[in-house]
Design a binder for this molecule. Structure first.
Ligand code: DGL
Length: 267
C-alpha cells in the first residue's frame, strides 16, 4: 500500500459530501474517489438485502481502483451493512456511527440524546447501541426523518417545506428534553443551520463527519499512509444515476472541488 493512493468515499447521493468537506478541511493533501449511488437513492427505505448488494458492488469497485481505505459516508450503511462486512475486506473500512456516538456521549450534559437518521438506520438502533456502550446510563431517542434526503438532494436547504419537516421531526425530541442531537444521516448536516435555528443554541448538533475524518487520519498515520503531498491530489466524483443534479447540488454544497461528475453503472 502506498501513501499516495486515494481514499474511497461512498453514499447514496450528496450526503457523503459532508465527509468530503471534512476531508478537504482536515486532510487536504489526500486524493479521493467519491461514489454517489444515485440510481438507488434513497437508501433509507431499502431492505437489508438490497443494501448488502449495493455495498458489495461499490466496495469492489473502489477496491479495484486501489484505494487505501474506504469511508462509508452513510449512516445507513454504517448501521446496517458495515458491522457485518467490515471483516471481509483487507483494507480499513470506516463508518460514521462510532465517531458520532463518541461525540454525543462526551457532549451531552443532561444525559438525553436525540438521534435523527433514516428509517433503515433507526430500525437497527446502531447509534443507541454504540452510545450506551460508552455510557450505559444515557437515554437515547431515535427518530426517522424520511422527508429530509429528497429535500437535500434537491438543494432545498432553507425552503418553507424543509423548515416544516424540521419542526415535524425535531419538536418531539425537544419535548423530551434532549440537549444533544446526532445528525445520524450524512445528508442532514447540510440542514444544520435551520435545525439549529429550530432547537436553539442550547442543543448541541453532532455532525459525524469531522470525528470520522479524525479517525481516518489516525488510522492512516499509524499505518504510515498519510499522503506526504509530493504529488498533487486528485478528486474524482462518480454517480450511478442522475449526474446533472449531483453536479449542480454538489457544487452548491461544497463548491468548486467538483469539477466533473461521471456516470458509472456498477450493475
Ligand atoms: N446519507 C445516507 C445516510 O447517511 C443515505 C440516506 C438515504 O439515501 O436515505 O443514511
Amino acid at each position: 500500500m502506498e501513501s499516495n493512493q486515494p481514499i474511497g468515499v461512498f453514499d447514496s447521493g450528496v450526503g457523503g459530501l459532508t465527509v468530503v468537506k471534512a476531508l478537504l478541511d482536515k486532510l487536504p493533501r489526500e486524493s479521493f474517489i467519491y461514489f454517489g449511488d444515485t440510481a438507488h437513492i434513497p437508501y433509507g427505505n431499502k431492505s437489508e438485502e438490497q443494501l448488502f448488494g449495493y455495498a458489495h458492488k461499490i466496495i469492489s469497485y473502489l477496491n479495484s481502483r486501489n484505494v487505501k481505505a474506504i469511508i462509508v459516508a452513510c449512516g445507513t450503511h454504517s448501521s446496517v451493512t458495515l458491522p457485518v462486512i467490515s471483516g471481509q475486506y483487507a483494507l480499513p473500512l470506516l463508518g460514521v456511527v462510532k465517531a458520532a456516538a463518541r461525540a454525543a456521549a462526551r457532549l451531552s450534559q443532561n444525559g438525553r440524546i436525540g438521534v435523527i437518521a433514516t428509517q433503515a438506520t433507526v430500525n437497527k438502533l446502531a447509534y443507541t447501541q454504540q452510545i450506551i456502550k460508552i455510557k450505559p446510563d444515557l437515554e437515547v431517542i431515535e427518530a426517522a426523518c424520511p422527508r429530509f434526503v429528497p429535500l437535500v438532494e434537491a438543494g432545498r436547504l432553507e425552503d418553507r417545506e424543509t423548515r416544516e419537516a424540521v419542526a415535524e421531526y425535531l419538536d418531539p425530541l425537544m419535548q423530551k428534553g434532549v440537549d444533544t442531537v446526532v445528525l445520524g444521516c450524512t445528508h442532514y448536516p447540510f440542514l444544520a443551520p435551520i435545525i439549529q435555528e429550530f432547537t436553539g443554541n442550547k442543543v448541541a448538533l453532532i455532525d459525524p463527519s469531522c470525528e470520522t475524518v479524525d479517525e481516518v487520519a489516525a488510522i492512516l498515520r499509524t499505518k504510515n499512509l498519510l499522503n506526504d503531498g509530493k504529488q498533487t491530489s486528485s478528486r474524482e466524483f462518480y454517480v450511478s444515476g442522475q449526474d446533472e443534479s449531483f453536479y449542480k447540488v454538489g457544487k452548491l454544497l461544497i463548491g468548486d472541488t467538483i469539477k466533473q461528475v461521471l456516470k458509472l453503472n456498477l450493475d
